[in-house]
Ligand binder design. Sequence first.
Ligand code: ZN
Length: 495
Amino acid sequence: MAERFDLVVRSRRAVTPEGERPASVAVRGGVIAAVESHDAELDAAQTVDCGADALLPGLVDSHVHINEPGRTEWEGFLSGTRAAAAGGITTLIDMPLNCVPPTTTTAALQTKRRSAEGRCYVDVGFWGGLVPDNLGELAALHAEGVFGFKCYLTDSGVVEFGYVTGRELEPAVAELSRLGALTIVHAEDQRELERAPWAHGGDYGDFLTSRPPEVETVAIAEIIELSRRYRARMHVLHLSAAEALPAIAASRARDVRLTVETCPHYLALSAEEVPAGATQFKCTPPIRQGANRDALWRALGEGVIDCVVSDHSPCPPQLKHLEVGDFGRAWGGIASLQLSLPVVWTHARRRGFGLVEVVRWMASGPARLAGLAGKGALAVGLDADLVRLAPEQTFTVVPSALHHRHRLTPYAGHELSGVVRTVWLRGQEVDVDGPARGRLLRRDDQAAEHAFHSGGGAQRDSSPPSGVAQFAAAAGDPAQSTVSESSSGPEPSTR
Ligand SMILES: [Zn+2]
């Protein structure tokens, strides 16, 4: 008797680890059970033919600030994950700050999990925080399943999340390396920042002068050195300054375990186009000149930058102080969760990249970063997180169509390519007006090791498995998916 599947999705443009090709993706029990030819005879309860639309794995966004609990009026789990689902993102990892309490203790992690429970439209995991006074908490937080630890090397913007000095960072990196944990760093150096002129006024050029490239390059040099010294897995968050790229590329040649991300706004926007007083463009590090943007694209093409993630960091519009338009006073952060796929795709295609690259930067790359072996690719054994995308269809960004809690966006009025038509989470179509079926994820080193030894991880990374994490459903949910022996895992990185 023929196998019966729950769902079969056919597309002439399925973005698989082997490239973009016609294929049928068959789902059973929430997991991709088979990837067959486009015309394969497959018996299923439901079959969807995407016609000319592409089929992508659900995107993984490893850099999202949800802000709940404590600053839910900035963004919450319901609104944030609705926006993610609408934008083709099926997994996100939430940052440990801007919520109150910040995720720097196991108690705070429990508080956050309770806030998120039953209120997520996509799967959600959590980063822990590394702050000056919580060295003693890191092992316990790691054991509780956070995906790694975020720290700042400069003022974070909120008082309850302090930044670490070099003196505080080094013992923490030693400890995290011992645990096999990933350290992710906001790479701006406080002393360099203090040397630069203060940010003030409505002129964007003045704001740029207040955060010159050295603020990033000095911090990144320190990270590279610590990563080398402790054989520690470290990750540079939201790279903006292209001046740091040569040092990053050189560190790779020396086998330093460093990864790097950038964000849609550094790839799509440029300093030259920011109007005076337009603080909706303010983020840190800043959006730099067009030539810098071109260099970031080249680095993506060369595999020097691994991931593109949103750094969705919203605030209530009044904190942008648009009425005075002062770049010194305004909150630094851009909300873009729902738009990151079309923004990146629009600019990627203009520069000659395809959906294969977009999926590498926005799905398999971040999944690999976070150790989510069950996410980020159309491959057997992985969660059936699928996105039907009309790549050629264009739309104009209208803020009222955004599910973000606040709709202020630097992309208002932009014409973008790529309309997300349908999103499936573990084989079930996501309805943002229906029930929230996302799960809370926790890191699972054992499953990661299994995936690694069964072939899923081995081809993806030459580094030892100790630092590789994997996903699991939230505790109490026995129906978690596992990675099968036949899994080919997310596609290999270009490096
Ligand atoms: Zn951030």
